[in-house]
Design a protein around this ligand. Structure first.
Ligand SMILES: *Cc1c(COP(=O)(O)O)cnc(C)c1O
Length: 392
């Protein structure tokens, strides 16, 4: 990878040390240009006419996403974020009193709220699978907990709150063996390192465009395995999702399109496509090796500083690094970094409820490099944190 060329192609790299890719990655010039060109086209010839003209490029987006994650194009539906994609899958499952939803401590805040609402509505139970010693979802405990009441396993691959990579492949092996649907929230992993739906054995996957994929804000997608469709009753209908049968009924469209809505931002869709194509060209293997190496570089150096502790769980850890400085409020540390033009974010206790109930460590400063960051940027960040720790 020619890091210098990639940085030249990323306007944000010129202004900031951007370590907030778990929040939103930086757009490349190519993605930005693709989007503005489509907006210009809409303004000059009309929105419907522009979509018609660009139809083949819009359609190619599904092919490219399928290539990225290993599924089929007709198993992909586009959304305006990952949460709506996840909701489309989750709320299309049906639950009876006593049914069980198994999830992990790392599960994302909105997913947990959806579980809580569904438990209230239907009498289903939420079971939080404990972690193993390194702090990832305990697969032996998961296997023991699965029984005839289990309707769903919902797992966050990488949490919003740290560098943990959950053992999704092993979880997929267990859920396949048990014949239980596996909904994987891959919002932080797709774009950061290779995610292959066949290798992971999941049935439904959700992702966002704006994080490690470097797509525009307001994009996301759902992938649903074809064999899973018969178990899902889409929870909303739409002229994109189904066709009127001419009398009193309707017919769902083939594939994942039945979850989609008719209207969408095609500038965003084409921007997402440009970002996915760029990831494919660079190669997810190479992207993953570098982003994880940068995460390790940063975590190791922060760990070595007196007064600084990192909090990332798991045996396999990724580019997300969470830390705290003794005697310094997390938001004050984030403000110090911001004064040095270093972009970070902070974890929110309410966004990972089960982790909060278990560890109670949030808020933490969250630093999330990506392949276009440099070791020099990370070392500068470590220096700022070292100084903050010295004077705390
Ligand atoms: C950010 C995040 C989401 C939500 O993605 P949106 O695109 O904001 O809806 C879901 N799950 C995880 C693990 C996340 O980090």
């Amino acid at each position: 990878m020619d890091i210098e060329a990639l940085r030249q192609d990323t306007p944000g790299c010129l202004n900031r040390v951007h370590l907030n890719n778990a929040g939103a990655g930086l757009l490349s010039r190519r993605t930005l240009h693709t989007m503005t060109a489509h907006l210009e086209l809409e303004a000059s010839i009309g929105g419907y006419e522009a979509a018609k003209q660009e139809r083949s490029r819009i359609d190619a987006t599904y092919e490219h996403i399928a290539e990225l994650i290993g599924g089929r194009a007709d198993e992909v539906a586009l959304f305006d974020n990952s949460t709506h994609a996840w909701n489309a899958a989750f709320y299309s499952l049906t639950f009876q009193p006593g049914d069980r939803i198994l999830t992990g401590r790392a599960e994302y805040g909105s997913n947990v709220l959806a579980y809580l609402q569904t438990a209230q509505r239907t009498g289903a139970e939420i079971v939080v699978v404990p972690d193993d010693a390194p702090g990832q979802t305990d697969t032996a405990a998961l296997a023991d907990l699965i029984d005839e009441r289990t309707r769903l396993i919902g797992i966050s691959h990488v949490p919003t709150s740290g560098g943990l990579v959950n053992p999704a492949e092993e979880i997929g092996r267990i859920t396949r063996g048990a014949g239980v649907p596996f909904l994987l929230d891959a919002t932080q992993s797709i774009g950061q390192f290779p995610v292959d739906v066949e290798a992971l054995g999941c049935d439904m996957v959700t992702a966002t465009g704006r994080k490690f994929l470097r797509g525009p804000r307001g994009t996301g997608f759902l992938w649903v395995r074809t064999q899973m469709l018969e178990h899902l009753d889409p929870f909303v209908n739409d002229i994109e999702a189904a066709t009127w049968d001419g009398a009193n009924g309707f017919i769902w469209h083939q594939g994942a399109r039945r979850f989609a809505s008719w209207e969408m931002s095609y500038a965003n869709v084409l921007g997402l496509d440009a970002a996915v194509v760029q990831a494919l060209e660079l190669g997810m293997d190479r992207i993953g090796r570098r982003s994880i190496a940068l995460g390790t570089h940063l975590r190791d150096r922060l760990d070595a500083l007196p007064g600084v502790t990192t909090y990332d769980l798991g045996r396999d850890r990724c580019a997300i690094v969470t830390a705290k400085v003794e005697g310094l409020d997390t938001h004050d540390l984030a403000a110090v970094l911001a004064r040095h033009d270093i972009n970070v974010s902070t974890t929110v206790a309410e966004h990972t409820q089960f982790d909060t109930l278990h560890r109670g460590v949030h808020p933490l400063v969250r630093l999330s490099p990506h392949y276009y960051n440099t070791e020099a940027e990370l070392d500068r960040t470590v220096e700022v944190i070292a100084e903050a720790a010295r004077t705390a």
